[in-house]
Design a protein around this ligand. Structure first.
Ligand code: NAD
Ligand code: MG
Length: 395
């Protein structure tokens, strides 16, 4: 029994890793007593989407894939649940009144619906880091103007959010992002050169979607998170540090001017960060594994290696250049990631392509409107695709 009116919640990307964990957390938090699910959205997997829509009692189910509209309609016939598809379907989803939105679509596809929901005033539980990397302060402003809040779901940023005392913001000296180092933490570049997506996606600690798993292996995920941190917490680039911590127990830390470090720790389970963002400002009761320090016995830390993981250096460059470089890096990396998964380019080429595109678009200035962001995004994708095609020709 929870003494507050149910929150109207929309789940963008419900069929993914974060989406499924979100539904599990909602079940743990009292299901429909606590959360009225307005909409669930997915992409190709309409069977799972339909099943989620029915068991959550959603009003609307949206598949991002136009081709899947009819099969979703069939799956939900007689259920009374409305069905929509494609970009317009996602816009419809964003237009439904929601108190809270779980933004868990992967990649830049999540930007438009999340932004639209933010403009309508929903509080955004943000898993989709790409939209913050690409639209940066414009996105943060849209949330503020809409009147909602932005609550990070990314475990590192949730940890920082939890370790940041509003009244002590002036005393924040640095943000320390922890990184597991991924499956290739101790590998040489020569060994990384020939890995496949299947090897790259096998993360030692976390079970996650394909893009973020590959991003953990290349450390592009951490690169995106450095830029995400800048926009979420308003710190300078030189205040953002990365430390490799293979056990993924310390989820991140805030360093203060008196030398104190405040950290958030826990098992590597996304449900803690998801529950925190959905139940905010209360802290929920969750059935996740508790830490046993005697069993852990030790926590390790090591400096990241920007030679073997150039993504970190590229994030630094993007932060220093500012403006649209985040959008450019993000878009180029997304195209390179797809090419890697399709075995069109090697693992190390992902960073090469992102760097080349960033250098070609170095003069792209500040984003004044979202159109500037979309234009830079499109140009970076075009350039990345061109470079990939060239490298295939050469091979
Ligand atoms: P995932 O691939 O498991 O799920 C992605 C979701 O987006 C699915 O519902 C899918 O149907 C949907 N989707 C895919 N392509 C789409 C498109 N073109 N248009 C609309 N919807 C589309 O991904 P995930 O691991 O759950 O990650 C989701 C987001 O959360 C990512 O931005 C990721 O970086 C972030 N995140 C994930 C984790 C994690 O543990 N999985 C942790 C931190 C942050
Ligand atoms: Mg993370």
């Amino acid at each position: 029994a929870r003494e507050r009116a149910p929150r109207r919640l929309s789940i963008f990307g419900s069929t993914g890793s974060i989406g499924q964990n979100t539904l599990d957390v909602i079940e743990q938090l009292g299901g429909r007593d606590g959360y009225e699910i307005s909409v669930v959205t997915g992409n190709e997997n309409v069977q799972l989407l339909a099943q989620q829509a029915k068991s959550a009692g959603a009003k609307l189910a949206v598949t991002a894939s136009e081709d899947k509209y009819h099969s979703l309609k069939d799956e939900l016939s007689g259920s009374g649940i409305a069905v929509a598809a494609g970009v317009s379907g996602l816009a419809e989803a964003a237009d439904l009144d929601a108190d809270w939105v779980m933004a868990a679509i992967v990649g830049t596809a999540g930007l438009a619906p999340t932004l639209a929901a933010a403009r309508k005033g929903a509080t955004i539980a943000l898993a989709n880091k790409e939209c913050l990397v690409s639209a940066g302060d414009l996105f943060v402003d849209a949330v503020a103007k809409g009147g909602g809040r932005l609550i990070p779901v990314d475990s590192e940023h949730s940890a920082i959010f939890q370790s940041l005392d509003e009244d002590q913001r002036h005393a924040v000296e640095r943000i320390i992002l922890t990184a597991s180092g991924g499956p290739f933490r101790t590998w040489s570049r020569a060994d990384m050169a020939n890995v496949t997506a299947a090897t790259a996606r096998a993360h030692p600690n976390w079970s996650m979607g394909l893009k973020i798993s590959v991003g953990s292996a290349s450390m592009f995920n951490k690169a995106l998170e450095m830029i995400e941190a800048k926009h979420l917490f308003g710190v300078r680039p030189d205040q953002i540090e990365v430390i490799v911590h293979p056990q993924s127990i310390v989820h991140s830390m805030v360093g203060y001017t008196d030398g104190s470090i405040i950290a958030q720790l826990g098992s590597p389970d996304m449900r803690t960060a998801i529950g925190y963002a959905l139940d905010y400002p209360r802290r929920p009761t969750l059935n996740v594994e508790r830490l046993d320090f005697a069993k852990l016995s030790r926590l390790d830390f090591e400096a990241p290696d920007e030679e073997r993981f150039p993504a970190l250096r590229l994030a630094r460059t993007a932060l220093e250049r500012g403006g649209l470089q985040g959008a450019v890096m993000n878009a180029a990396e997304e195209i390179a990631f797809h090419a890697f998964v399709e075995e069109r380019i090697g693992f190390l080429m992902m960073a090469d392509i992102a760097e080349a595109v960033m250098d070609k678009m170095i003069k792209t200035g500040e984003a004044r409107t979202m159109d500037d962001v979309f234009a830079a995004d499109a140009e970076a994708r075009r350039l990345a695709a061109e470079l990939i095609a060239l490298s295939e020709k050469a091979a």
